[in-house]
Design a protein around this ligand. Structure first.
Ligand code: SF4
Length: 459
């Protein structure tokens, strides 16, 4: 009983978050920067922040996550971190030879007020940035937003910094996939390749955080969006931003800089969000959805039909990032399941608006986002009226154990399982995988808890 002190009585809280359903901005910025080829994320702050963010990413992806730090000490905390950062830029280019150093701030450097733009300019004028190499930066103050905000800020600033317009449009789409797994990015690319679409995906962590084992350590793995690809984004016909929170700002940046119009979609989790994604790709790329993809949809429909008898009416609690929760809840409602409790630590009014629409068929649903929308509140709701299933990141395992509820891990971070970043949950195939995991969780519980006289071979 890890959470034995959680009570069902809910008291109004204004300043206190208990077990927040989010983490801090720089970890998202670090993840986004890893999706750019030969880019080294750099944390401008103390070593502790950088170590924490690297270790969380390493634990989730089970890959060595490379990042550098300005290593603030007492002196830099008082006088500012310019000297540390200039020294770091010099050392990083000489030692690790990245093409880009992507700097993000931390609470400490934000509080001091270090001017990253000015420091990066000084690094250039002091000759610390070799020819053809780049130093770019984004601000990621952790006392606002969440890890999703940091991801969005970094993607936006890559798009703003590198996109260029030659004046001639090319038949190409910009795809901002949002914060999804490397396997999800690979799946989105597979779908577009199958449709014969030209695209640039930013960021792209496939073959970076799920790089093949070759027997040789590559400091910069082969994946990631290249500088040339980012440059070409300004000439694309259209941008598709998957995720209001994680991708929209990047699409706006390219529109403002290079006049590339965009459409904002939800991340293609589940049936309807995947339909919308493929229809948008088809419309803006001028390509038909081929029969092989329609067949995948048909297989998903068949699986939904087969599983409906087990999943109908099941009550679900979910937590995580808004760009994931909205389409996931839509999918569960399509399955006639009942997402009754939903929390996200990432703020933004749109969450409540969208959830009201998506959860309109579930009048008993409770949902909340922002500061006090934490795991403690969700547990209290569960104490008041239990659920049949939990869906979210690793931090839900305490509730799952205490309440004896089946638990499907989804989202970020998942630090107590291995292999998940490789397998997509986007697209029709991803939806099938998700359904299999959900049903498996239910039926495993049934098998474990059935008395011998009703322990059945066929379920
Ligand atoms: S919240 Fe601030 S101090 Fe804490 S790890 Fe994140 S950036 Fe560092």
């Amino acid at each position: 009983m890890f959470l034995r002190h959680t009570t069902s009585e809910i008291k109004e809280r204004t300043a206190l978050a208990i077990n927040p359903a989010k983490t801090c901005q720089p970890v998202g910025a670090m993840y986004a920067a890893l999706g750019v080829h030969r880019c080294l994320p750099h944390s401008h702050g103390s070593q502790g922040c950088c170590s924490y963010h690297r270790s969380m990413l390493t634990r989730h992806y089970k890959e060595p996550v490379m990042a550098s730090t300005s290593s603030f000490t007492e002196g830099s905390s008082v006088f500012g971190g310019q000297a540390n950062m200039l020294q770091a830029i010099d050392t990083i280019f000489r030692t690790y030879e990245p093409d880009i150093i992507a700097i993000h701030t931390t609470c400490l450097s934000e509080t001091i007020g270090d001017d990253l733009v000015q420091i990066a300019q000084k690094a250039n004028t002091d000759g610390k940035v070799p020819e053809g190499k780049f130093v770019m930066n984004t601000n990621t103050p952790s006392y606002v937003g969440s890890h999703v905000t940091g991801f969005s800020n970094m993607v936006r600033d890559f798009a703003k910094y590198f996109s260029q317009s030659s004046g001639t449009k090319v038949k190409q789409l910009n795809i901002f996939p949002g914060w999804v797994e490397p396997g999800d990015m690979r799946e989105m690319k597979r779908l577009m390749d199958t449709m014969g679409v030209n695209y640039v995906m930013l960021p792209d962590t496939a073959d970076v955080l799920d790089a093949p084992q070759t027997g040789t350590h590559e400091f910069f793995p082969k994946g990631g969006t290249t500088i040339a690809e980012m440059n070409s984004m300004g000439d694309s016909k259209y941008s598709l931003a998957c995720g209001w929170w994680s991708s929209r700002d990047a699409a706006i940046a390219v529109e403002n800089k290079c006049k590339v119009k965009f459409d904002n979609l939800e991340i293609p989790y589940g049936l309807r969000a995947t339909d919308r994604f493929l229809q948008a790709v088809s419309k803006y790329a001028g390509k038909k959805i081929p029969e092989s993809i329609t067949d995948e949809r048909g297989r998903l429909m068949d699986m939904i039909t087969d599983m409906h008898q087990y999943l109908y009416g099941k009550r679900v609690a979910l937590w995580g990032d808004p760009d994931q929760l909205i389409p996931l809840c839509e999918f569960l409602v399509d399955m006639d399941m009942r997402p009754v409790y939903v929390v996200s630590g990432t703020p933004g009014k749109r969450f409540m608006q969208r959830m009201e629409e998506v959860l309109a068929p579930i009048p008993e649903a409770k949902f909340k986002n922002g500061m006090n929308a934490d795991m403690f509140l969700m547990h209290q709701w569960i104490k008041q009226e239990p659920v049949d299933l939990l869906i979210g990141n690793t931090f839900g395992k305490y509730i799952a154990r205490d309440e004896n509820v089946p638990f499907v891990r989804h989202g970020w971070p998942i630090i107590d399982r291995v292999g998940h970043p490789v397998f997509p949950t986007v697209g029709y195939s991803g939806a099938m995988r998700l359904l299999e995991k959900i049903l498996d969780a239910f039926l495993t519980k049934k098998d474990v808890e059935s008395p011998e006289e009703s322990f059945e071979l066929v379920l």
